[in-house]
Design a binder for this molecule. Structure first.
Ligand SMILES: [Zn+2]
Length: 466
């Protein structure tokens, strides 16, 4: 019973994995700066006997760890970037851990670590001769800025993969059966003419252009399909008000259920930017797509496989301490907030009165998942994903509550459950060729035609003032 041995391997490594997840949680690094996390994971994977490449084309914090030979080739995707200004202690009340510090409010400290645990367990089964094929761990940086996987895909690092497996922290234990929102990240850069404020008539303000662009975008919203979301922030006007700023940028993220909505909205947003430049006598110097692109396409055969393994594992193993921690958090919610948070993760209404979900939800009635990222690999390879509960029902991602839980026992126990679910799925794909063929046939029948959102010569980078 080899799968049992694989799960025992994860149990044996649970202390190491928990320590890794906690270490990354204590050293939160934002997109493209994940030096500590990528080095830590690379070292552990190398020590475990996998062939590790740390640093891929233009992505110094990306890594691939591989073991085995031949087919099938199964890729497990990990992430480890944190969020700005989300510092929080691992206690069930608001307490900043480090003033102005970052935090793992999306649980990527758990996300990558579960993958590391799964591939090490699979590697050992291959080494024992119990299963055959190739296992790969992909450490994918900068998910929060929609960058990592997009560039790794463009540069061919997923080549030969028969399936890609992914999970994400949440409040639910359920597979992803419906697409995630398509999203894109774009920076509009305006150039003006600086002047001392008393001679402002000689200057042309790039900040004015950004403000007018954002006003225009807010009028545009009404005339876009309702599903299109626009989010923006202003960058680079950090000079005193007594100077006319000659440089300013507006950073947009757009989301929609389908890539086609974004493709239609994008040129209209560019027209708004051009209009703002014309009004202010400035120049729209650059429009740069930083990342993002497609909606995430889900493979139902892989979704079923995750449910099968979750059921065999009988759900996550939370402790009394975890349930008490969860209750302290949910006690602070008003009922409407908890319900909306539960709906965000497709929790069925019969569980709304629980604090922490230890049950498995095989299907949900969701039409689209709000969580998105750099989803493009799902257009090129069969892609399966699932949620595991790492925080209480009602908690949203990118909140202090999520940061608190992803550093606590709840997060760790959810992570170990995710690791076993990933490993169990890998085991079955590597031992059941009929299943592998079903996964591939389902994908082939979709007849997808992938179009990249970034240019062939784009270089991955953070938003920076031009
Ligand atoms: Zn995330």
């Amino acid at each position: 019973m080899s799968k049992k041995k694989i799960w025992e391997n994860i149990d044996r490594n649970s202390q190491m994995l928990t320590k890794m997840a906690r270490d990354i949680w204590e050293n939160p690094e934002v997109s493209l700066e994940e030096v500590y996390a990528s080095n830590l994971q690379a070292k552990v994977l190398e020590d475990a006997g996998l062939k590790v490449t740390l640093g891929l084309n233009g992505l110094p914090t990306a890594l691939i760890a591989e073991y085995g030979n031949g087919k099938p080739v199964i890729g497990v995707l990990g992430e480890y970037d944190a969020l700005e200004s989300l510092s929080q202690d691992s206690i069930p009340e608001r307490k900043v851990r480090e003033e102005g510090g970052h935090g793992h409010g999306c649980g990527h400290n758990l996300l990558g670590t579960a993958g590391v645990g799964a591939v090490i367990a699979i590697k050992e089964a291959i080494e024992r001769g119990e299963i055959h094929g190739t296992i790969r761990y992909y450490g994918c940086p900068a998910e929060e800025e929609l960058i990592g996987k997009l560039f790794m895909l463009r540069d061919g690092y997923f080549d030969n993969c028969d399936a890609l497996l992914y999970w994400h922290p949440s409040s639910n234990n359920t597979p992803w059966r419906v697409p995630c929102l398509a999203s894109t990240s774009i920076v509009f850069s305006f150039k003006g003419l600086t002047a001392h404020a008393p001679q402002a008539h000689l200057g042309r303000s790039a900040l004015d252009a950004v403000e007018l662009m954002n006003v225009g975008a807010n009028y545009l919203r009404e005339h876009l399909p309702r599903e299109v979301m626009l989010h923006y922030s202003i960058l680079g006007n950090g000079i005193a008000p007594n100077t006319v700023p000659d440089r300013c940028q507006s950073w947009y993220m757009m989301r929609a259920p389908k890539r086609s909505y974004l493709d239609e909205a994008f040129p209209r947003l560019v027209d708004v930017a051009k209009g703002a430049a014309m009004m202010t006598g400035t120049t729209l110097e650059n429009v740069e797509v930083l990342g993002g692109g497609n909606d995430m396409v889900m493979n139902q055969t892989l979704a079923d496989l995750f449910v099968k393994n979750m059921n065999e594992l009988n759900g996550p193993s939370f402790t009394d301490e975890d349930y008490a921690f969860a209750k302290k958090i949910t006690d602070q919610f008003i009922p409407e907030y908890k319900t909306m948070g539960a709906q965000a993760f497709q929790i069925p209404p019969e569980y709304y009165d629980k604090d922490l979900l230890d049950k498995i939800v095989p299907v949900s009635d969701a039409k689209v998942l709000p969580i998105s990222g750099d989803a493009d690999p799902s257009w090129v390879y069969p892609f399966g994903a699932f949620y595991c509960a790492t925080w209480p029902i009602g908690v949203f991602t990118h909140t202090w509550q999520a940061t608190a839980c992803t550093g606590s026992g709840i997060g760790m126990h959810g992570m170990l459950f995710a690791s076993k679910t990933l490993a169990g799925a890998c085991y079955e794909l590597m031992t059941d060729d009929d299943l592998m063929q079903m996964v591939k046939k389902e994908f082939k029948d979709l007849d997808l035609h992938y179009k990249a959102n970034i240019r062939a010569d784009s270089v991955p980078h953070k938003v920076k003032l031009r």
